[in-house]
Design a protein around this ligand. Structure first.
Ligand code: AKG
Ligand code: FE2
Length: 382
């Protein structure tokens, strides 16, 4: 081939890619609305990364350990703390029951998210942004600027901290969305603070009998209160060939804790447990809570931020709402000095949000690769 022809072919391929990527950046919902009978190439995973839906892999259901918030806040706290500790060590996940958030607030949040995804594409697309710290961001896949294979998810991410600064930027349609997110984010934040304090206690870092106000000398609890919160509504449209793709690839969550409201009717969340992918069975009126990378680092590896992924299915679309809680944007996360000693040396480097954002901008997020990049390879190597 002549050099001119090679150049021409390369240019055409590049243009094809551009057209393709532009098309896919509009999201899965947009593609599905135009009618699809096959999964486009952009979403087809390499054979080894596909879910094995017809085999054992897709069929194994798991009941997560249950933590009862009423027990945790009552006279039997010690036992609930033991269960919490065991769940965070062995599963990195638990199911929270008796959480105390009004069911109306939960329903309003789900309804508002559902209505948002039903808006015409032109309305949704107003909130598309590449800025990771934007008060609101509508997008698709996992990290659409880096993913080579896209996943079958659209999302809206609402930054919730501080509420008064971000609220004016949130979508004004559907009309009930803002109030629903305000109520829901306040409820989940106070739940998170209760859980974070319980986790500190379970790690032996805060005394059991004190409550948050009495502990105001404890900087860490203050940092939790000032921490960032992101509400993410995920929409996974039904998929004509669910064995070729995933709604979310295997990943761990970056922050301290995630409070997830899975779709009660449509299963899809899988976690890696004892070397296998297992499907989480949703329990009505409960949250699925998981340990994030911050907590794994902070606990010096005692609690584990576990890989999870999302399956899609051929007949039903699925909605989930994740409330992601991290320490404040400028905080440095490091293993708690009280959890580091000769027998249990420091396992992770100090890390902050900026490092994470830089990492995400320059790497394809795969499995736990960010956390692995923070792991100390040799003792004493900070
Ligand atoms: O949709 C789900 O069940 C999981 C969502 C999730 O893992 C996330 O938002 O980080
Ligand atoms: Fe997640």
């Amino acid at each position: 081939m002549s050099p001119a022809l090679v150049l021409e072919v390369q240019t055409i391929c590049k243009e094809d890619e551009l057209v393709e990527s532009h098309k896919y950046h509009k999201g899965v919902k947009h593609l599905c609305e135009r009618g699809l009978t096959k999964v486009p190439r952009k979403y087809i995973l390499p054979a080894l990364e596909r879910p094995l839906l017809s085999k054992k892999d897709g069929a194994t259901n798991l009941k997560l350990p249950i933590i009862d918030l009423a027990q945790l806040q009552g006279p039997d706290r010690i036992h609930a703390l033991e269960s919490l500790s065991k769940a965070c060590e062995e599963y990195g996940f638990f199911q929270l029951i008796n959480h105390g958030i009004a069911s109306e607030s939960v329903l309003e949040m789900i309804q508002a998210a559902r209505k948002f995804f039903e808006l015409p594409f032109e309305e949704r697309s107003k909130y598309m942004s590449k800025d990771q710290s934007a008060p609101v961001r509508y997008g698709t896949s996992f990290n659409q600027n880096k993913d080579r294979v896209f996943c079958w998810r659209d999302f809206i991410k609402l930054n919730c901290h501080p509420l008064s600064d971000v609220l004016p930027f949130w979508p004004s349609s559907p009309a009930e969305l803002r109030q629903a997110v305000v109520n829901y984010s306040k409820g989940t934040k106070s739940l998170y603070l209760m859980l974070a304090k319980a986790i500190l206690e379970s790690l032996g870092l805060v005394e059991t009998e004190k409550n948050i106000d009495e502990n105001d000398s404890c900087d860490l609890l203050k940092e939790f209160e000032d921490g960032s919160q992101l509400i993410v509504a995920n929409c996974y449209p039904s998929c004509p060939e669910p064995d070729l793709t995933l709604g979310m690839p295997p990943h761990s969550d970056y922050g301290f804790l995630t409070l997830l409201l899975p779709d009660e009717e449509v299963k899809g969340l899988q976690i890696q447990h004892e070397g296998r992918w297992v499907t989480v069975e949703p329990i009505p009126n409960s949250f699925v809570v998981n340990v994030g990378d911050h907590l794994e680092i902070f606990s010096n590896g005692k609690y584990r931020s576990v890989l999870h992924r999302v399956l899609v299915n051929p007949s039903k679309s699925r909605i989930s709402i994740a409330s992601l809680h991290s320490l404040p944007f400028n905080s440095m996360i490091r293993p708690s000095p009280k959890l580091v000693n000769d027998a249990n040396p420091r396992r992770y480097k100090d890390t902050d949000f900026a490092t994470f954002i830089q990492y995400m901008a320059s790497h394809e997020h795969k499995n736990k690769n960010f956390l692995e990049s923070r792991r100390l390879s040799q003792l004493g190597d900070a």
